[in-house]
Write a protein that binds this ligand. Structure first.
Ligand code: OFO
Length: 163
């Protein structure tokens, strides 16, 4: 069984992952309205991935005979100001999630909870990858985003995401 501190912090993380899913879904709906179907698909798949992250934490608590406490999920943003700004919001959000995952690692380290430390490693690596993917999209949006043909090609490319 894990400590109350680790238990609480993981429950908070479950909520953050589900909120991330809500945020990506909200963005996906908006992008679809704009006709950016590839970006809409990419964010929708990302929402699914976030729910999977939440479930991974959920399963971990159960495996460790700890308590799952599901809290209210806050309302995500639903007004956005253009595609580059959406991806900047994603980037800032993912940086907060990285910090939050690092806090779990720090708490586990302080408690010499090796099992949680090893479990949370997967999330740390996932965050590095996510931040990098989003940063790469932002770089290209900043370079070409004003050009409609380039935006069309990027939308097509992002729409090829399979999972
Ligand atoms: Fe956006 O990543 Fe979950 O943890």
């Amino acid at each position: 069984m894990i400590s109350d501190t680790i238990n609480n912090i993981i429950n908070e993380q479950i909520n953050k992952e589900f909120y991330s899913g809500y945020l990506y879904l909200s963005m996906s709906a908006h992008l679809k309205e704009l006709g950016l179907f590839g970006f809409a698909k990419w964010t929708r798949l990302q929402a699914k991935e976030e729910v999977e992250h939440g479930l991974k934490l959920f399963d971990y608590l159960i495996e460790r005979n700890s308590f799952v406490t599901l809290k209210q999920i806050r309302t995500p943003e639903f007004e956005f100001n253009g595609i580059t700004s959406i991806f900047n919001t994603i980037y800032e959000h993912e940086k907060c999630i990285t910090e939050s995952v690092m806090k779990i690692a720090k708490a586990a380290e302080e408690e010499c909870d090796r099992t949680t430390l090893s479990f949370i490693d997967w999330f740390i690596n996932e965050q590095i990858e996510e931040e990098q993917n989003v940063k790469n999209i932002i770089k290209r949006l900043e370079l070409f985003g004003d050009d409609k043909t380039s935006l069309f090609l990027m939308d097509k490319e992002l729409g090829e995401r399979a999972k």
